[in-house]
Design a protein around this ligand. Structure first.
Ligand code: DON
Length: 307
């Protein structure tokens, strides 16, 4: 078996040097300012050993990776009733697409496209003030990552709120079908802020450990979800976690994974490891270009593809 420490160090060194870095997200000014040369990776194995390379300690905007955790919270609140409001199928469309919503009566294809994540956020918000719902999400992240220093980048959240016309359109459209229950501005506000949570690769890989180990963090012993639920969240990450790049990610990497436009990817190796990578440059589908390549090399060298 190859030595994980060496493999991670070699990947980080190679990724720092590569000229093909993709394009940093430019749809809000704050994200466009991120250094495209950054690269970080953290791998946490089943014993809790942490292997890092590059900028593994630098916080970045987790963006859509947060949707894994809001999905976990919403399932905890309403269980399978969630699936009345959002589907479980890959969309084959960009993350911010609106076209399917009209044909499918305001029910988004899956919880990871923006429309689906807005419905999930709306479930978490129900019965609460936006501030309370956001506090619940942030505390959940701090609990999972075992780190109370995790915070929200309010500059990014504010910028997204000013420029989030597409998300506002999606939310209003769903509301017109009765698939948002709270005031649209409340749901959007909580959504923008949970996307703006800043975490390092080490924190993110730690937060994902329950998904690699049957719903439970094997180091702290904390049970987060049941084995069944962990399996199902992983299934959705595999089939929908990279939007219209999900097939390509499964083909090349072979792991459940969730990307964000900040350039982060959380990937899960069942029973073996939780991995977070960060490389801000994106491919055409809005997924981290070098993040995906780094994971492809890692899974090939470690024999970690689930297929
Ligand atoms: O709502 C948005 O557009 C962003 N806050 C999140 C999108 C995202 O991260 C898509 N991921 N690749």
């Amino acid at each position: 078996m190859p030595d994980l420490k060496t493999v991670v160090a070699e990947i980080a060194a190679e990724m720092k040097e590569r000229p093909d870095r993709g394009e940093v997200a430019k749809y809000i000014p704050e994200l466009a300012r991120v250094d495209p040369n950054a690269f970080g990776i953290a791998v946490i194995d089943a014993e809790g050993k942490v292997f890092t390379g590059g900028d593994a300690d630098t916080p970045f905007s987790i963006q859509s990776v947060s949707k894994v955790f809001t999905l976990t919270l919403a399932l905890g609140k309403v269980g399978d009733r969630l699936w009345r409001r959002v589907g479980k199928e890959p969309s084959g469309s960009p993350f911010n697409s609106i076209v399917q919503l009209e044909r499918e009566q305001g029910v988004p294809r899956n919880p990871f496209i923006n429309a689906g994540a807005l419905a999930v956020t709306d479930v978490i918000l129900s019965g609460h003030q936006p501030r309370e719902a956001l506090g619940e999400i942030l505390r959940f992240m701090q609990f999972l990552a075992d780190d109370v220093s995790i915070s929200i980048d309010h500059g990014i959240a504010g910028s997204e709120q000013r420029w989030g016309f597409r998300n506002a359109a999606l939310a209003n459209y769903m509301r017109s079908f009765g698939n948002l229950e709270n005031p649209v501005d409340f749901t959007l506000g909580v959504y923008f802020h949970h996307c703006a949570i800043a975490m390092s690769c080490i924190q993110l890989a730690t937060a994902g450990r329950f998904l690699a180990h049957g719903g439970r963090n094997p180091t702290t012993g904390h049970s987060v979800v049941s084995l069944d639920r962990a399996r199902r969240i992983n299934a959705l990450m595999l089939t929908c976690g990279h939007y219209d790049g999900s097939g390509e990610f499964a083909y090349r990497v072979g792991l459940p994974g969730k990307s964000g436009v900040g350039g982060g990817i959380l990937a899960i190796v069942p029973d073996k490891a939780s991995i977070a990578v960060w490389a801000p440059g994106l491919d055409a589908a809005g997924n981290s270009h070098l993040g995906r390549i780094a994971l492809e090399i890692l899974t090939r060298r470690m024999g970690w593809s689930i297929f």
